[in-house]
Design a protein around this ligand. Sequence first.
Ligand code: PMT
Length: 413
Amino acid sequence: MSSASSRRILLGISGGIAAYKSAQLARLLKQNGHQVRVVMTQGAQAFITPLTLQALTGEAVRTSLLDPEAEAGMGHIELARWADTILIAPATADLMARLAHGHADDLLTTLCLASPAQKIMAPAMNQAMWAQPATARNAQQLRQDGWQLLGPDSGEQACGDIGPGRMLEPEAIFSVLHQRVVLAETSAHKQHIVITAGPTREPLDPVRYLSNHSSGKMGYALATAALELGAKVTLISGPVSLPTPTGAHRVEVETAVEMANAAEQFASEADVFIGCAAVADYRAEAPAEHKLKKRAGEDGLTLRLIKNPDIIAAIAQRPRGQNRPYMVGFAAETRDLEDYARDKLTRKNLDMVVANDVSLTGLGFGVDNNAALLLWRDSTGKESRQELPPQPKIELARTILHQALIQQTISKN
Ligand code: PMT
């Protein structure tokens, strides 16, 4: 691994039976050129000794917040600033609860509060504890606070139960960390990613419009995920009631024509363009200047609609190498997901399409979760696919972005 992608990883270990696997994780991280410092909770030390981790990492293991000897060396605030990644494996239900509520009652929780590092955890607990609504609430809160949760895995547990709650194997944690954080960050750093999000509104008169149910959540999650990776982000947003992700340049638009103008402008300086907005395909040919009145004696009203520009298709038609970013489109479908998605990939000349079935309850428009099928083609036209099961939009956004950045890098070489 190059030194550019070598990370300063603070490995936090909390008190679960899976703690013994952290030794292998520490070894893998060290072997692959990362700097590793270990912090153990009191509970963790009942399962594995600090000496083992010290031998594997070559660094003193920290276990206590109030340790004058350790503070004389690298103090806890210094340690919090040193880390560029905090990886907690295993993360117990209790640790998740304390982190979700902002506690700072031991060294590990204090470091998490004090550190601006990227934060990742691998939960591990009994399947009944993982299934508790309280744990689900804490997991949701942690995701919202920027934590990436890896796993848990499903299978036979140390206590004899079977179900979700096992910590992912060290090799799997290492592989996700390597792929998501290291590869994607190196390729996203200093890239300009332009994202369209939310609905458009097409006026019928001064008080009425045509629109759809897009809340902007999926597009804003993509913006957040891109910012996490150090990218420059322009978020071209239709009218939504979401706060701007910190660091994003938000360009507010109302209509498809306004969105098209902004997209044309910013796409010219973009490395990746992601069209997540639910753009109205049609607009009123002649919006009324004054409020439309109900007409006595007439049962209906005929509106003539005309086609809006296809924003993403227009940019994707640009010749490669001439202000044409890597183009990722969405496909919102209610049936024949894969066929329609493939059709959009071809017809709109996209590099990748993120197909989501918006007829499924609890997924798609307006909610916090989504699932998707990614389809992409390489420069020889060979098609690949990746199915992404239902999950929080922020997690989905990270995976979409990761795959898009990998494919964009491959397409440039
Ligand atoms: O905003 P949320 O509530 O979180 O919901 C997320 C979502 C369901 C809106 C999102 O996941 C999604 O599917 N967005 C695309 C919606 C859509 O318009 O899909 P489409 O299949 O009609 O369009 C295909 C692609 O062409 C999209 O990338 C779209 O942005 C683009 N398009 C469409 C029409 C048009 N005139 N110009 C375009 O650029």
